[in-house]
Structure formats: C-alpha cells, structure tokens
Design a protein around this ligand. Structure first.
Ligand code: NAP
Length: 515
C-alpha cells in the first residue's frame, strides 16, 4: 500500500509502523495510507523557522513573484490533480472550485504582492500620529513578519483551496509554512505538495508538509508561530486549549463549521424572480460538493405561511439532481468523502428528526447512478422542516456535513432575527428581500453574528459569486460557533502573520527610517 510520506527538514519521510487508511469515496477501497509516527517535530519547527530568514530578506514584490511562479507550476499539473480529486468523490465542478479556485487565490495574493504592496520588507500601517505640542515627538504603526512558522491544519473538504488560501497570505507576509492536510482527501494534497517541493521555487525550509498526525508539534510553538485551523468546532476547541497554545500566547485562528442561514423576507412573493433565485441558491448549496462546505446553507428561514411553497419548489429544483459516481454519465452530485462521513451524517439527521420532520429525500437510499454503494459515502439531498420553530434548538446546533438543510418557519421579523441568531455565530448568511427598509433592518440586526452577509435580490443573484464561495478580496470567518477567526479579506490576511508595532520617536526620523 502506498504510504503518503511527509516532507520534513528537506526530505520525504515515512512513519514507523502501520499507517491510517485513506479510502476511495466511491468504492470504499483503500488507496493509500498516512503515517507520521517517529517524525522529529521539534526539528521540523526549527527548520521552518530558519527558512523564514530567506523570506524576510525579500520584499513584498519579490514574494509576490514567488507566488506567481508557484501558481504557474501548479497550473501545469491540472489534469493529474483532477484525477486525484475523484478519489474524494468530487465531480469535475467540485474539483474546479477546490483546485483552480485555490490556485486563483494564490494568483490573487501574488498580484497583491507584485502590484499593490510596496517594495519593502515591512508595512507602514495608517497615518503618523502627533504626540507633542511642538511636533517633535510622534507615533507610527508598522507591521513586521513574525519569526516563527505558519502552521496550517486543514479540513478534508478542500485539500487544495484550504491549503493555498493560507499559503498565499503567509508566504506573502514573510512566514514559512508547515501544512498538515486532512487524511481522507490527502492524495490530492500530497501530489500538490510534491509539485511545490519539486519545483524548487520556494527557499529551503519555507514549505514542509505533514501527512498523518502532528505528534508533539504544539509543544514546540512560541508567540512567534501561528496556527490556522480549519475543521469541526469540536476539534478546533480541543486544539486551541492545548497548554502550550494557551501559555505561550500562540496565535490560533479557527475556521470551524457553522449553521449558515438563508432568510426569505416577508415581502418576497412566491412567484417573484427573487423567490426563484432564493430556491436556486439553496439547491446549489445542497448539491455542490455534496453539501460538504463549511459555508453551505443549513437553515432555511422563511415566513411560516410560505414553508409549503418553499418545500415544493425545492422538490422541483432537486428533481434534476442525479446522485452517483461522478465519472458516470449525467451524474451531478458525488458521494460524501467516506462511509464514516455517511454514518455521521445519518446519525445527525436522526438527531434532527427529534424536532424536525423529513420532507424531501431518504437518508437510507442505497441505489445510486453507476455506483455500488457497499463501501462509498452516498447520500441524496435531504430537507427537513422544524416542527415547532419557537422551541427548536437542535436545528440551530447540529451540523450535518452533507446535502442536508432544515426549513424553519418564522412568525414575524423579530422572530426571523431571533431564529438566525440562534445559530450562535456563522460564517455566512444570505438575505432575500426586495424591500430596502426591511433588508437594511435585517442586515444590521444579524451582521454581528456573521463574517459575511449577502444582501440578495434577483438582480444580484444573476451575477452572484455564490453564498458558499469565500472570495479572497473579502473576509472569510465568523464569530462564536464558526470559530471566531478570520481569513482572506485581501491585505487583512497578511496581518495574521505579522506583528503590529507602535513606533514612537521623532516623526522626521521615523519617516526617514521606516518610510
Ligand atoms: P476535523 O475532523 O475537525 O479535522 C480537521 C483537521 O484537524 C484535519 O486535518 C484533521 O486531521 C486534524 N485533526 C483532527 N484531530 C487532530 C488532533 N488531535 N491533532 C491535530 N490535528 C487534528 O474536520 P474535517 O472532518 O476534516 O472537516 C469537516 C469539518 O470542517 C466540518 O465540520 C466543516 O464545517 C468544517 N470546515 C470549516 C471550514 C471553514 O472555513 N470554517 C472549511 C472547511 C470545513 P486528520 O484528517 O488526519 O484526522
């Protein structure tokens, strides 16, 4: 069985003993294993820190050139990346979001570094601040790269995008990366790491990759290191409570799961274009990547008297969705990543049915297009309806990481706001209303619970980048349940990897020295 080795301290190394199996999402067959037992993680961290010196010696423009070269190299290998994406059940379209979407983010940060940031090694942040009456003393904020490693721990659903959307900002800021990819989708991440390393584009030590566990890595981190975690809220919570993370003040960014909502305003008629766009958004989010997106719509919050119309329209929208092996003719939606993900999704649907009824789909369906379902993770889209929305709690708390959402009826505007807030903080929400006053009121009321909010109508929908797509120009992250973290957002992303320092001194001198 092929062991996906880790790249540590300048060489590929395998672990000792038996590894953890990686299975094909369609057949359930074991296709590889990962094992990092016995790796010297202290040496890995120290090696990365040394690699950072080469990056810090470069200007933003030069680092931007590195990213450009890297994106170009990855683009040369698209075909094999698409082949490997099939192993975690991605359709061509799903794989495009992950692979070319990820390379696109790298391209975005390359352009930021080459064209918009200065030819310096630090950033001057904001204006100079006078601090004395005669102007002889003042202050100026600057941002300098941290001297540690930028460690990424990535979720399985975006093995490419999840890695590259962190790699672009960290390298551009001047920090070397240690990437820990999720096991279920590791074949694609592994090949991408091989291409990055074989390219020789990055200075020695600036890129290391772990396949398997991270051993005692956290014990060796300090306040100069950054951990960016993407995954479930439970794992994020566990990892951020590590004693070293707490005691040493290690920066720890969490992008976790959330129960993202879409809200239909009371003003939207069921025969209006906005209603059609609303339904389209939900069906798209349910089926793209088989609903395995942290940003997918989980809660559909609608006026109580429009629930039946919404459910009927969803039924019609989902009728064309063929589930099966993405390699088979006509299939639009593939399986979940593995049978474990399927069992977990079924178990969570069961818990939801304690307070919601299943109105579309059968979680136990066993026949799918072009696929034997013995070992795969197939699940058709399932829609539930909250039986007693005023007292429903599980529908706001239990994430089914698959093609599943719940319709929740609201009685009035205040109830709609309350239902949205019960999610406890989300990555994203969409708001459909053609009434400006209502849209403004709802948006202001729910924004504090969200990292991103789409204020939608039929016109915006025709050109929308999508509810579920995090754009590199805009912030991705969310409060509370969503982890309280923040990624992307253009140049904001660099700040996670830099220290903001308030310089004080003679204003003329500060200007001469720091620009
Ligand atoms: P997960 O089980 O929490 O795992 C996430 C990552 O943590 C994986 O790389 C995993 O490695 C690693 N990990 C688990 N336990 C660890 C430990 N004790 N020490 C070090 N690393 C550990 O999540 P997942 O199943 O991969 O992804 C699905 C979840 O991620 C969903 O809940 C989804 O909503 C969320 N998600 C959030 C975002 C976002 O941006 N907010 C994006 C994508 C997904 P192994 O795979 O090797 O165990």
């Amino acid at each position: 069985m092929k062991t996906l080795q880790s790249y540590v301290c300048g060489q590929w190394v395998g672990g000792t003993g038996t590894g953890r199996a990686v299975r094909h999402a369609v057949t359930g067959e074991q296709i590889a294993e990962v094992n990092s037992d016995g790796i010297d993680f202290q040496a890995c961290v120290e090696y990365g820190r040394k690699g950072g010196e080469a990056l810090r010696a470069m200007t933003f423009n030069e680092r931007g050139e590195l990213l450009k070269a890297l994106a170009g190299k990855l683009n040369e290998h698209l075909e094999e990346f698409y082949t490997l994406a099939a192993t975690y059940g991605a359709s061509k379209k799903d794989a495009w979001i992950d692979i070319e979407g990820g390379i696109g983010v790298l391209g975005f940060y390359s352009a930021l570094g080459r064209k918009k940031l200065p030819a310096t090694k630090w950033l001057v942040d904001g204006d100079a601040v006078p601090l004395s009456k005669d102007g002889g003393f003042g202050g100026q904020h600057i941002m300098v790269p941290l001297h540690g490693v930028a460690m990424q721990i990535n979720a399985f659903n975006f093995p490419s995008w999840g890695m590259l959307e962190k790699l672009g900002p960290s390298l551009l800021a001047g920090m070397p990366a240690i990437v820990k990819s999720a096991t279920p989708s590791s074949p694609l991440a592994h090949r991408m790491c091989e291409v990055i390393i074989e390219s020789g584009i990055l200075p020695e030590g600036c890129f290391q990759a772990i396949f398997g566990g991270i051993g005692d890595m956290f014990d060796h981190l300090t306040c100069q290191d950054v951990v960016s975690f993407t995954g479930s809220a439970a794992t994020g919570q566990k990892l951020r409570s590590h004693p070293t993370i707490q005691a040493k003040g290690v920066r720890f960014n969490v992008e976790a799961d959330s129960l993202n909502a879409i809200v239909l305003g009371e003003d939207v008629a069921t025969d209006s274009p906005s209603f059609g766009a609303f339904i389209k958004d939900i069906t798209r989010e349910l089926t793209v990547k088989a609903g395995q997106k942290c940003t997918a719509i989980r809660r559909v919050i609608v006026p109580a008297d429009k629930q039946d119309a919404v459910i009927e329209a969803l039924k019609a929208g989902l009728a064309k969705n063929v589930v099966g092996d993405p390699a088979a003719e006509g299939v639009r939606m593939g399986p979940l990543v593995d049978s474990g993900a399927l069992s977990s999704a079924r178990e969570r649907i069961d818990r939801l049915t304690e307070e919601a009824e299943l109105v579309i789909g059968d979680p136990n369906r066993s026949q799918f297009e072009g696929a034997s379902t013995d070992g795969g993770g197939f699940l058709e889209p399932c829609v539930l309806r909250a039986k007693d929305p005023a007292n429903a709690r599980a529908v706001h708390e239990i994430e089914v990481f698959g093609p599943v959402c719940t319709v929740i009826g609201y009685s009035d505007k205040a109830d709609a706001i309350e239902q949205v807030r019960r999610g406890g903080g989300s990555l994203v929400a969409s708001l459909y209303s053609d009434d400006d006053d209502l849209a403004l009121e709802l948006a202001i009321a729910i924004s504090p619970w969200h990292g991103r909010l789409l204020v939608m109508d039929a016109d915006a929908a025709s050109q929308s980048t999508g509810h579920g797509n995090a754009m590199p120009q805009l912030v991705h992250g969310g409060p509370g349940r969503a982890g309280g973290g923040e990624e992307l957002g253009g140049a904001y992303a660099l700040h996670h990897y830099m220290q903001r320092t308030a310089l004080q001194g003679n204003p003329e001198r500060l200007k001469k020295l720091f620009g």
